[in-house]
Design a protein around this ligand. Structure first.
Ligand code: MTE
Length: 326
């Protein structure tokens, strides 16, 4: 007998955004994109105002959004307020405080190309707009859990990382995909701090990268990705701590050897390669038993794999000897 188990974060259909609303928003955005005067004003306003900066109106991909929501990925909680998700950020390239959104507006997002290389049939570079045109864009509501024990719930737009893996055509010898953030010391003041091992690097196994949850986010709240959140493309792997979700990616390299990620290189004892969420494995400075839900007064129990175990627990079967959770 087939039994459909409801996953923890699934919402009833009645609470999801109806298609007519999405289409209406899309027409509105298209109308705005057609009005250069309006766009110009929004872009001018962007620098001093978090919400205006977050709208991405100055981004040439603006007319692609909003994209249709994939109803398979639901939440058990309210979506975090946009003004909070776009002003409370970790992006060490722009400083170690949470308040970097203003400085991040200097990030140059065009031209932007992504290098696909390493163990692939044929290495190539692709411009972000060409990549966006090739990929099946969709919106997904995901939880987002930082190792600092705060959490959000956000609507990412983008495409499954598995789609990019298909485009890359990796060789069968590829075991990992390594991702690298832009390095530009002129704009990213944090990169002038020599004690960090720039550029920011992250990695996933091929099985993780092709798991249906692994997502390349190119938009947020139905608009292009705000710079402070990792424009023009960043990773979203919701079953792992947020530091795995590398921002502003310029390279995907397929490798046989496990890449050493940025935080792992700084302090391997505190930040491992796997970094899967587990309430029972504390970080030396933060208990992971509960999380502070940003925008509320709530502290809620943290769930194994951040509640996504149905999708990903199988990836780690038989790997009990590995340090899977930090
Ligand atoms: N990517 C880069 N390149 N630089 C960073 O400092 N911080 C990570 C991750 N990706 C970081 C990064 C951490 S610690 C977290 S919690 C998330 O980005 C924060 O994403 P958000 O600011 O969009 O919430």
């Amino acid at each position: 007998m087939l039994i459909k188990r409801k996953r923890g974060w699934e919402l009833p259909e009645s609470q999801a955004t109806p298609e007519s609303v999405y289409l209406q928003r899309r027409r509105l955005m298209q109308g705005l994109a057609a009005g250069p005067l309006l766009l110009g004003a929004a872009a001018l306003a962007g620098r001093g105002n978090p919400l205006a900066a977050a709208t991405g109106d100055a981004d040439p991909s603006a007319e692609l959004y909003p994209v249709k929501q994939n109803m398979r990925y639901r939440l058990d909680r309210e979506i975090t307020d946009e003004s909070l998700a776009t002003t409370y950020n970790n992006f060490y390239e722009f400083g170690s405080s949470k308040n970097i959104w203003r400085e991040a507006q200097d990030l140059p997002i065009r031209p932007w190309s992504v290098a696909i290389g390493g163990l692939v049939e044929k290495p190539f570079e692709i411009g972000i707009d060409e990549l966006l045109a090739k990929m099946p864009l969709e919106e997904r509501l995901y939880r987002h859990r930082c190792v600092e024990a705060w959490s959000m719930a956000v609507p990412w737009s983008g495409f499954a990382l598995g789609e990019l893996v298909k485009l890359a055509k990796p060789l069968s010898s590829a075991k990992y995909v390594k991702m690298v953030t832009l390095e530009d010391r002129d704009v990213m003041s944090g990169q002038r701090a020599g004690w960090y091992p720039w550029p920011y690097v992250e990695g996933l196994t091929m099985a993780e990268a092709t798991n249906e949850l692994a997502f390349i986010a190119t938009g947020l709240y139905g608009k292009p990705m705000p710079k402070q959140n990792g424009a023009p493309l960043r990773l979203a792997v919701p079953w792992k701590y947020g530091f795995k979700s590398i921002k502003s990616i310029v390279a995907f390299e397929f490798t046989e050897e496990r890449p050493v990620s940025f935080w792992e290189e700084i302090q391997a004892r505190e930040y491992g390669f796997w970094a899967n969420v587990n309430p029972e494995v504390p970080h030396p400075r933060w208990s992971q038993a509960t999380e502070r839900v940003l925008g509320t007064d709530e502290k809620v129990p943290t769930l194994l794999y951040n509640g996504y175990g149905d999708y990903v627990a199988g990836l780690y079967a038989g790997m009990e000897g590995e340090k899977l959770f930090m």
